[in-house]
Design a protein around this ligand. Structure first.
Ligand code: ATP
Ligand code: MG
Length: 550
């Protein structure tokens, strides 16, 4: 099977590099900044980086890109490890860009001594103005011609804490008229008197992304440094620092970010939703974070299937979230246990059932394995069915229960509705029905009726809280939020509807550890708030959808 699948462009590059002997084995890295929780976009990057290394017998490092102390936190560091493990991957080494601060500092001094870097006293504003535009060359800083000795002294003073934030920066001395704006004396270091989550107060100068990433890759001998398309403008500078320092030649390759309909993948915006209380936290089941979808009942198998199906491209793509939901259903359909749960009950009284009698039915936990494990389901004379499964003036094609009509109660008998009883508001309160004892599914005669519906015994039913989740946003393409609106204007007001449900008793004994199927309804998973006294289930996804992947 694997052979027939066409290779993606990264696989082609890696195979060429291995065949030509450019590299002996491959080494990749996943470089999250610990300033938020991982989201589905990161899952794509993780599956790619770890997946490619696995496929070609290489290894992957987990490297925290922690050069900005103001936004970073150990809470995020820990959650990232948990999420990668959950997705099913194991890194070779756990590393931190901050581990390289000493080495980076030494390289900066080397560049200063060789006249390749200088300390600039201009303000941020002046630096921005001096950079010019795409059509207009920039102009040299008045501090550009400081001697290496002076620069070294000033840089050491910066490090020693002599200057305030923003008072000075270290810049590479390249070319202020360079056609690539990135080369117009890029910043290498800035002053930030902020404690770092790992290095504490050791440093008050921090290296910029461009002066860190390539060198970190190089130190770890990363052969293929894979990142998203927006970094392609950084690649020449990535190469320039590596060449200038004469260190191991890592190479950068870019692929398209993952965007999904009805959601967004920006840590900054997700953080805002959390901080403003618009969701219950980073792990709110509506969030596109990995901890969110995990709490929602999505499985790592489904996420890996999804990442495999979307492939890698060089063009930005908006993927249909229905494909992800389809993958979740594919996986859960094959593996999940089945239970019956009624969400909006009508009482059914079986008038010819012996009062007080309980008959237990052994029902398969998964119909794909009829001989496999069973759960025991009690049948009595007082049942609950879903309101949607009964209709008084039903159209011809309505194959569920109607007055005088018949239906099979799943796994048990055929019943007939003889009388509809209403409350004082005219709402259906109860149905009087009779069961046909000759239709026992094992010992009876086979007789077919058009419809089969789910049910629970009223006396045995366990009340549960059901959190029916829907999409977080109402707009399919969240990159098209109009200028005069905010993305928060598109929050779906119906993204959470809480109802009380009634479950067959075996549900609470489920040991599978993954989402279960509420028969005929959808997939649901026990929430972390769930207890035996107060069970809570989250809707993972609906059972069916007209969607079919191409
Ligand atoms: P955000 O924009 O959400 O803050 P980021 O790119 O700043 O994301 P990082 O922690 O820097 O987040 O990302 C770690 C890795 O994951 C990077 O290599 C980045 O390119 C990749 N990545 C981030 N978002 C996506 C996405 N939507 N699709 C694919 N890869 C992504
Ligand atoms: Mg980033």
């Amino acid at each position: 099977m694997e052979e027939t699948k066409t290779r993606n462009f990264l696989e082609e590059i890696i195979e060429e590099d291995l065949a030509s002997g450019k590299v002996d084995s491959i080494m990749t890295r996943f470089p999250p900044e610990p300033n938020g929780y991982l989201h589905l976009g990161h899952a794509k990057s993780i599956c790619l980086n770890f997946g490619l290394a696995q496929k070609y017998g290489g290894k992957t490092n987990l490297r925290y890109d922690d050069t900005n102390p103001t936004k970073e936190d150990t809470e995020y560091v820990d959650s990232i490890k948990e999420d990668i493990h959950w997705l099913g991957f194991q890194w070779e080494k756990e590393l931190y860009a901050s581990d390289y601060f000493d080495q980076l500092y030494e390289w900066a001094e080397q560049m200063i001594l060789r006249g390749q870097a200088y300390v600039d006293d201009q303000t941020q504003e002046e630096i921005r103005e001096g950079r010019g535009t795409v059509d207009k060359p920039g102009k040299n800083s008045p501090w550009r011609d400081r001697t290496p000795e002076e620069n070294l002294r000033l840089f050491r003073e910066m490090k020693a804490g002599k200057y305030a934030d923003g008072e000075k920066v270290l810049r590479a001395k390249i070319d202020m008229a360079h056609p690539n704006m990135m080369f117009r004396d890029p910043l290498m270091y800035r002053i930030k008197h902020t404690s770092h989550h790992r290095t504490g107060d050791k440093w008050c100068i921090y290296p910029m992304y461009d002066f860190t990433h390539g060198q970190s890759d190089s130190i770890e001998h990363i052969t293929h440094s894979i990142c998203t398309l927006e970094f392609d403008v950084h690649r020449p500078l990535y190469d320039w620092y590596i060449q200038t320092l004469g260190i191991y030649p890592s190479h950068q390759y870019e692929f398209a970010r993952l965007n999904l309909t009805y959601t967004l993948m920006s840590k900054r915006k997700l953080l805002e939703l959390v901080q403003k209380g618009l969701v219950s936290g980073w792990d709110d089941p509506r969030m596109p974070t990995l901890c969110g979808v995990r709490r929602r009942g999505y499985t790592p198998e489904a996420l890996r299937m999804f990442c495999d199906k979307i492939g890698v491209s060089k063009r930005d793509q908006l993927m249909d979230i229905q494909l992800l939901e389809w993958c979740v259903r594919q996986d859960l359909n094959a593996r999940s246990n089945r239970y019956m749960v009624v969400q909006d009950p009508i009482k059914v009284h079986i008038t010819n059932w012996e009062p007080g009698k309980v008959e237990w039915f052994d029902c398969p936990l998964n119909p794909a394995e009829p001989e496999g494990a069973k759960r025991r389901v009690p049948f009595t004379g007082e049942l609950l069915i879903d309101r949607a499964d009964f209709m008084e003036d039903a159209p011809k094609k309505f194959f569920r229960l109607r007055p005088d009509g018949e239906v099979r109660l799943k796994y048990t008998y055929i019943i007939q509705c003889n009388e509809v009883i209403k409350d004082e508001h005219g709402r259906i309160a109860e149905l009087n029905c009779t069961f046909d004892p000759t239709t026992h599914p094992v010992t009876g005669e086979w007789r077919s009726v058009k419809g089969t519906i789910h049910w629970v015994s009223a006396e045995h039913a366990v009340p549960i809280e059901i959190r029916n989740y829907d999409r977080l946003f109402t707009l399919a393409d969240m990159s098209t939020v109009p200028e005069d609106k905010d993305y928060k204007d598109f929050l779906n007001p119906d993204s959470l509807i809480v109802v009380k449900g009634y479950a067959e008793p075996a549900l609470l004994e489920d040991q599978s550890g993954i989402a279960v199927q509420f028969e005929r309804t959808g997939y649901y998973v026990a929430d972390k708030d769930s207890t035996l006294e107060h069970p809570v289930f989250n809707k993972t996804t609906a059972l069916k959808d007209s969607y079919k992947p191409e």
